[in-house]
Design a protein around this ligand. Structure first.
Ligand code: AMP
Length: 418
């Protein structure tokens, strides 16, 4: 588990703000579910899911309840829906931390953040397309250009069950070629073997049956509409018949966004799909749903690799240097902050030189200097911290107007210079 410090934390917050704008712009409202849920909320995701069986942080609380730190948020949002029954369609977005006891490495942590959406209450394939396009456009807003969208359909529950049996039969017949770990996966969750990243198993995985032969006419027609919708929007995608995704609850559409720069084991920036059936499993009325989750950590790594989406500048605009030992810095910083500026200052009556150094480090555009001379004449020295600016001395009464002019000059580049 990591600490996120400035300036990365500012980038992190900005990332969530951008996502909020993307989802909010499509009619999704934020849901803030608790970090802890009754363990039953997650075990319903599937007893064969690694996230649930191997990776969950679960414990008994002081009241004797068996609870878990959420490993993902789809189940929490669905549980909230079942509990509060908002009107349909219910379109929600979320952002926040999840916890999985995984082997930590670059792009894989035990506490990691996701942003995501869930849309409940419609079977319309255009809703699948809407959800996918929100993520696609969001990646574009971040500036990412090397993201690949991979789509598949797992068919209807019957199709998926028949397919799972066929895949199990196939791997059982070839189990001599599987590693011991894969044989264990085979007995628990045969479809997960299709995700195997072991080079020695690549050939046998490639020969496994394809879901395509198992799609019902309805599932195929749904998938055709999703593909047609994506094409209409000009969103490029590849179909991967082996895309099953980790969680067991997906039906019909599944999709994944892969980054172009990360190792293949960590290149899934996010994904999702349709999970008709999950709301019923959680005790609600039959309600279809579709959604996705994007990993914040991993998407930001992809941004680093592509050199896009840098941290926004949220540092001080103004820095106050007060060498009088009086209250000038205290009063001025408060007045300027109340006027809406980001203002920092030095403490501990440090020397002019030390305070100038601090001003430099703060990244502020303008230093406001009050020494004994300025204090005696009710003036302030303004020293621009950027090249080419002239130092001026102004009456304190002109401060707000002058600062406003100077900051505007610094922060609004001429159109020709952009
Ligand atoms: P999942 O909920 O497993 O479908 O994961 C969706 C996305 O969340 C993945 O594509 C990753 O970007 C991210 N993610 C999942 N697990 C982790 C983890 N342990 N550390 C960092 N990101 C993760």
């Amino acid at each position: 588990m990591r600490d996120i410090l400035p300036p990365e934390s500012a980038r992190w917050r900005y990332f969530v703000d951008c996502f909020a704008a993307a989802a909010g712009g499509a009619g999704y409202g934020q849901v803030i579910p608790p970090l802890l849920e009754d363990i039953g909320v997650f075990t319903r995701l599937g007893e064969a899911t690694d996230v649930v069986t191997k990776e969950m942080y679960d414990f008994t609380d002081k009241g004797g309840r068996h609870i878990a730190l959420r490993p993902e948020q789809t189940a929490s949002v669905c549980r909230a829906f079942v509990e509060h029954r908002p009107t349909l369609p219910f379109k929600a977005w979320y952002a926040g931390s999840n916890f999985r006891y995984e082997k930590p490495q670059r792009g894989r942590y035990r506490q990691f953040d996701q942003v995501g959406v869930e849309a409940l209450g419609s079977n319309d394939p255009h809703l699948d397309v809407e959800v996918i396009s929100i993520a696609w456009d969001f990646f574009a807003d971040l500036g990412l250009q090397k993201v690949t969208l991979v789509v598949n359909s797992l068919g209807d529950p019957d199709d998926r069950d028949r397919y799972t049996r066929a895949v199990a039969d196939y791997f059982n017949a070839n189990s001599d070629d599987l590693s011991e770990e894969s044989r264990a996966t085979l007995s628990r969750n045969p479809l997960r073997l299709l995700d195997s990243k072991r080079p020695a198993e690549a050939e046998i995985v490639a020969g496994a049956p394809s879901i395509v032969e198992f799609w019902s006419p309805e599932a195929l027609s749904h998938f055709d509409s999703v593909r047609a919708g994506l094409e209409s929007l000009g969103i490029p995608f590849v179909v991967d018949e082996r895309l099953v995704r980790g969680l067991d609850y997906y039906r019909r559409t599944t999709f994944e966004f892969r980054g172009g720069t990360l190792d293949s084991a960590q290149n899934a920036l996010g994904g999702g799909g349709r999970y008709d059936g999950l709301i019923e499993d959680l005790g609600g009325p039959a309600t279809p749903g579709v959604g996705f989750a994007l990993g914040v950590d991993r998407t930001l790594l992809a941004c680093d690799d592509e050199g896009v989406f840098v941290a926004p500048d949220v540092g001080a605009q103004l820095f106050i240097i007060d060498t009088t030992g009086g209250e000038h810095a205290l009063l001025l910083s408060t007045v300027l902050r109340r006027a809406g500026y980001r203002v920092d200052r030095a403490f501990d009556s440090r020397s002019m030189k030390a305070q100038m150094k601090a001003a430099d480090r703060s990244g502020a555009a303008l230093a406001l200097i009050i020494g004994d001379e300025e204090a005696a004449s009710d003036q302030i020295t303004l020293r621009p911290m950027y090249a080419g600016g002239d130092q001026t001395v102004i009456p304190t009464s002109d401060l707000l107007a002058t600062v406003s002019n100077l900051i505007n000059t610094v922060e609004t580049p001429n159109p020709g210079e952009q």
